[in-house]
Ligand binder design. Structure first.
Ligand code: BES
Ligand code: MN
Ligand code: ZN
Length: 523
């Protein structure tokens, strides 16, 4: 998406839609002249007089109060001599005291979403004066929001005729961020560009997660990972078939055995730091179940279609690796994806089967629908033994229990290293992706013991997020490791300024922030 940063007069930007942020009225303001009306950015009231006072009338009417995410499009008259924008979009920001980076992201998202919905080619967003926020952080958040807010998944729409009748295929609008009094324009431009790239990588993750199971079987994930590698210079290695067998990936193979689409272990590598630097890489491990029917322990049919996004962990890993490469992050990052399709069939693994994992530990399959932890067991073991990472994070749509516990509002975070979980929480604060810590207790581990094998793959319903985490912990040894359960956050049915129905691409922004944080610590 094309995003530029400009300074100077507001009217200088030729645009189809000018987004103007509006703060809600300050209830404590003494003077009724400034206190009762929502507040416009400096200079806008003057411009509005040239536009026939349309904004003034709207605000006077009380119909627009500047509440967070409130939106209204108005049509300025062209009476002031200078050309008025065709449309002005008022966007509420809430109280100015609450203005933060996330509010900026939502502003960018709301503006871009509105422009895209109206199939408008050019968008300009007026950046509000934000006390206490750095302008370059605002530029980054506005760009991020705009790229995410303009996102639509329309690959399978052969026509747009049904929606408003206009046949033109919609695209993300060319966007200008207006900072009337910017001093450090170079910094703003650099940060907006980086944020655009990062958000586009999140959109890639969304595309992958939204893709139907028939479009993106395990080999499709391989195809996409290879495409990204070719595009960015990442290295990509794929293990499958006989090589998986020779490598001892029996758990991954067992989960994939019910499908005609064979499993794949995908390894993407970004060598942004000199390999002479001591210490292993950062490893990101993603659950890549391209469709989860539950297998022989078949899921109920209602909502099963959403299980095409059971590879959202893998999608976040691919998106993050792409971002690491494009942003040239000076770190050594390895992405590992365990891709398989969980299907019931005559060749499928069964409840009661015992499989020997790559690590050598035996797993009694008490439920074929607890397949994510089984494929991750082999992927984590491979990561630990092949790369000896200094830190490892896995992302997985692992449990319905996480969805019940947190809904779409937080990702469950747990691990064997408190500092790592704290780093993740901090990175989530930076990216506004909430990471909520959960315990891994000895009792959780005990719950996963089997009567006939070393482990069983499903416990009781109690403590379902943590028992799944405790299962994974059996395969990481001493490696500093954290597990993120994104079952609730990977997919949404709620619309927000920068999310729509479907895949969220959760994790990409947080992981990029996390890698950046690690880089800063190490220098
Ligand atoms: N992919 C599902 C978890 C899931 C549920 C993700 C809803 C996103 C939304 C996972 O493979 C699964 O089926 N987990 C089972 C585990 C149970 C059998 C121990 C679950 O949570 O029900
Ligand atoms: Mn499952
Ligand atoms: Zn699953």
């Amino acid at each position: 998406m094309k995003i530029s940063v400009k300074t100077g007069e507001i009217t200088a930007a030729a645009t189809d839609l000018l987004a103007i942020p509006v703060f809600s009225a300050n209830p404590k303001a003494a003077s009724p002249a400034t206190g009762t009306n929502p507040r416009l950015p400096t200079g806008v009231a003057g411009l509005d007089r040239g536009w026939g006072g349309v904004i003034q009338r709207v605000l006077k009417s009380g119909d627009f109060r500047g509440r967070p995410d409130e939106r209204l499009v108005v049509y300025p008259a062209n009476t002031g001599g200078k050309t008025a924008p065709a449309r002005v979009l008022l966007i509420g920001l809430g109280a100015s005291a609450n203005l933060d980076v996330e509010a900026m992201r939502r502003l960018g998202g709301g503006a871009a979403s509105e422009a895209r919905e109206r199939k408008l080619g050019r968008l300009a967003i007026l950046a509000p004066r934000a006390r206490g926020l750095r302008a370059e952080d605002c530029a980054a958040a506005l760009a991020e929001g705009a790229v995410l807010g303009a996102y639509r998944y329309e690959r399978f729409k052969t026509t747009n005729a049904g929606r408003g009748g206009r046949a033109r295929k919609s695209q993300a609008p060319t966007t200008t961020l207006l900072f009337p009094r910017a001093e450090n324009l170079g910094d703003l431009r650099r940060r907006a560009k980086e944020a655009t790239l990062g958000a586009e990588c999140q959109n890639l993750a969304r595309d992958l997660s939204n893709a139907p199971g028939n479009e993106l079987p395990p080999a499709g994930l391989t195809r996409e990972a290879r495409r990204v590698a070719r595009e960015t210079g990442l290295t990509c290695r794929v293990i499958r078939g006989a090589e998986l067998e020779r490598g001892g990936f029996s758990a991954l193979l067992a989960v994939g055995s019910g499908s005609t689409n064979p499993p794949q272990l995908i390894v993407l590598e970004h060598r942004g730091a000199s390999s002479k630097k001591k210490g292993g890489p950062l490893c990101l491990v993603g659950k890549g179940i391209t469709f989860d029917s539950g297998g022989i322990s078949l899921k109920p049919s209602g909502g099963m279609e959403d299980m095409k996004h059971d590879m959202s962990g893998a999608a976040a890993v691919i998106g993050t690796l792409r971002a690491a490469a494009l942003l040239k992050l000076p770190a050594h990052v390895v992405g590992i994806i365990a891709a398989a399709e969980n299907m019931p069939s005559g060749t499928a693994y069964r409840p009661g089967d015992v499989v020997k994992s790559r690590a050598g530990k035996t797993i009694e399959v008490t439920n074929t629908d607890a397949e994510g932890r089984v494929v991750l067991a082999d992927a984590l073991d491979y990561a630990v033994k092949h790369f000896a990472p200094v830190a490892m994070i896995d992302l997985a749509t692992l449990t319905g229990a996480a969805m019940i516990a947190f809904g779409p509002w937080a990702t469950g975070a747990m691990g064997n290293n408190e500092k790592l979980v704290q780093e993740i929480q901090r990175a989530g604060e930076i990216s506004s992706e909430r990471m909520c810590p959960l315990p891994l207790l000895p009792e959780h581990r005990r719950e996963m013991r089997s009567n006939i094998a070393d482990l069983k793959n499903s416990g009781s319903r109690e403590g379902g997020v943590s028992t799944a985490g405790a299962f994974l912990q059996e395969f990481v040894g001493e490696t500093p490791w954290a597990h993120l359960d994104i079952a609730g956050t990977g997919w949404t049915n709620r619309r927000s300024p920068y999310h729509r129905h479907g895949a969220t691409g959760v994790g990409v922004r947080m992981l990029v922030a996390w890698i950046r944080g690690r880089v800063q610590q190490n220098v």
